[in-house]
Write a protein that binds this ligand. Sequence first.
Ligand SMILES: C[S@@+](CC[C@H](N)C(=O)[O-])C[C@H]1O[C@@H](n2cnc3c(N)ncnc32)[C@H](O)[C@@H]1O
Length: 368
Amino acid sequence: MPRLPPSLFWRARREISPMAAQLLPACRDLQSAANELRWIREHVQDTKSPIPAGLRVWQLVEKRGRGIPLQYVLGTQPFGDLEIKCRPGVLIPRPETEAYTLHLASLLSQDQPPPSSLSILDLCTGTGCIPLLLLQSLLASHPGTPISLHGIDISPHAINLARANHAHNISLHHLPPPSSSSPSTTRLTFSQLDIFSPSLIPHLLQSQPQIGELDLLVSNPPYISPTEFIHSTARAVRNHEPRLALVPPPSTGGGSQQQQQQGGITTEFHHPADIFYTRLLEIAATLKPKRVLMEVGGWEQAVRVIRLLEGSSSGVKGYGTVEIWRDEPAASFSSSLGTIKEEKVVVGGREVVVRGEGRGRAVYLSRV
Ligand SMILES: C[S@@+](CC[C@H](N)C(=O)[O-])C[C@H]1O[C@@H](n2cnc3c(N)ncnc32)[C@H](O)[C@@H]1O
């Protein structure tokens, strides 16, 4: 990252405020520093505290200036129409995750005939942003339809925050309180579980008997290899967001990877960043969701995940549609041939539709 010239700090002090100069190392340009200073001031105005407002602004500016992400400083991040609480120790929701969540909700809303019920499983739920936004969208598109959503994460901090986010968005009237719809109509649960635990699938089958009718399995798992984490991840992410959310462990506590190592039979190599996808595909093979959406960290990983589909260990069959979604899956883009909504590529002999604009962001499977 290039160093900032002293003249920029003088301009920030002169043209905006000394506090903007303090924000510059994190914000990098005057416009961003001015915006963030405004948001910090608005946040302090809107929240009650025994600490005097001026001092609080200084405290928050000082934190932000040290590189702590704005979402942890302010405590929230917009996600669709929701406001998601953010706390250190739990990954901050990203705009690309929001984009595919909204696209998924729009696909589910187009199903004909409309489903008589909807069941959704979100593995590695973090703040709970994905099931919460799906719930909000589906309540609007499927009024009266029974909807069941289950978010799972290994981290107790994440599960506590996901539950707090549900309550927070009810208090903001972004989501209905449980009492306003009968308990059998909408069910949102968050459970602390390791997705590699051998007891995961029996637990899911037991806790959600209708899981055989799973409409969507969605997951944004840790997908950055240890090497990429050190060399290519932004410093703010590396220093302040939880490694548990970003980097798969070298060996997992169960599932296929461990069987491969313990049994010593399978020598199949998996990229160290892809460990979670092997497990997600195993889970999909058992639960047979109608749709699967797995976030990935770029085009190369998307291609590797599609190749895993063909692997004997995954056993995922019957998904007629395999797609790669870019960052904005609903966007069309202009080319010399006109406006294009989708492209086609061939991966491992299989035709794959590529949607939207930006970097490869997700692999989508559908049997609908
Ligand atoms: C990339 S974050 C995604 C969070 C959230 N879904 C989002 O999109 O913002 C990955 C999440 O996986 C969780 N996680 C890591 N290992 C796990 C495991 N073995 N089982 C379940 N969750 C796990 C982390 O705690 C983290 O919250």
